[in-house]
Design a protein around this ligand. Structure first.
Ligand code: SF4
Length: 196
């Protein structure tokens, strides 16, 4: 695991739970509004925090913290993510994963193995504008597959769109709201509040 940051306490990143947040390094997208460039651009990476240091910290906080949020960057491209989650799960933490949804194979595996309790996926744009907003070529079928996997899972989930007004029109937002029918947990957030 390449871990670029650890926030030791949060009351807002896992609904109704206290959590620690682990930030992984590396992302396959290049959203212009990204607030974590030091987790995206290799030349900005800091020396990674050793995994053992993360585990030691979490072992000392099992009575104070309910959950661990794994975010990035894009965590699903970390080759040892599953083992990492299993280790944290063994400490009885609830786990939330933040993802851009571009890696449905890993998302499915993690959900099927019941390794996480909550998943939040960014919906970058309407499907026709996905590559434009993410600033890389995006395989839209993978995005659609991730949405279906998450919608059909039995864990809590959230879809969210960062409203980048330089790239998205209000009509795009309306289209996305229509796509995610009322029973789906979908929200819009503004650029200045984004974390992922
Ligand atoms: S906003 Fe998220 S998906 Fe986009 S570049 Fe930043 S970390 Fe990657």
């Amino acid at each position: 695991m390449k871990i670029g940051g650890l926030q030791k306490f949060s009351l807002i990143d896992f609904p109704q739970k206290s959590s620690a947040i682990i930030f992984t390094q590396g992302c396959n997208f290049r959203c212009e509004y990204c607030h974590n460039p030091e987790l995206v651009y290799y030349n900005l990476f800091k020396i990674p925090i050793p995994v053992e240091q993360i585990f030691s910290f979490l072992e000392t906080r099992t009575k104070q913290l309910d959950a661990v949020v794994i975010t990035g960057g894009e965590p699903t491209y970390q080759p040892d993510l599953i083992d990492f989650i299993k280790k944290i799960k063994s400490m009885k933490y609830l786990i939330k994963l933040d993802t851009n949804g571009s890696n449905p194979e890993i998302i499915k595996k993690i959900i099927d193995e019941q390794l996480i309790d909550f998943i939040a996926m960014d919906i970058k744009a309407t499907f026709d504008k996905y590559s434009y907003v993410s600033c890389v070529p995006v395989d839209i079928e993978k995005i659609k597959t991730s949405i279906e996997i998450i919608k059909n899972s039995h864990i809590k989930f959230e879809f969210r769109t960062t409203y980048d007004r330089t790239k998205l029109l209000s009509t795009d937002i309306e289209k996305m709201k229509e796509f995610f029918t009322q029973d789906i947990n979908y929200r819009i957030q503004h650029c200045n509040t984004i974390k992922h």
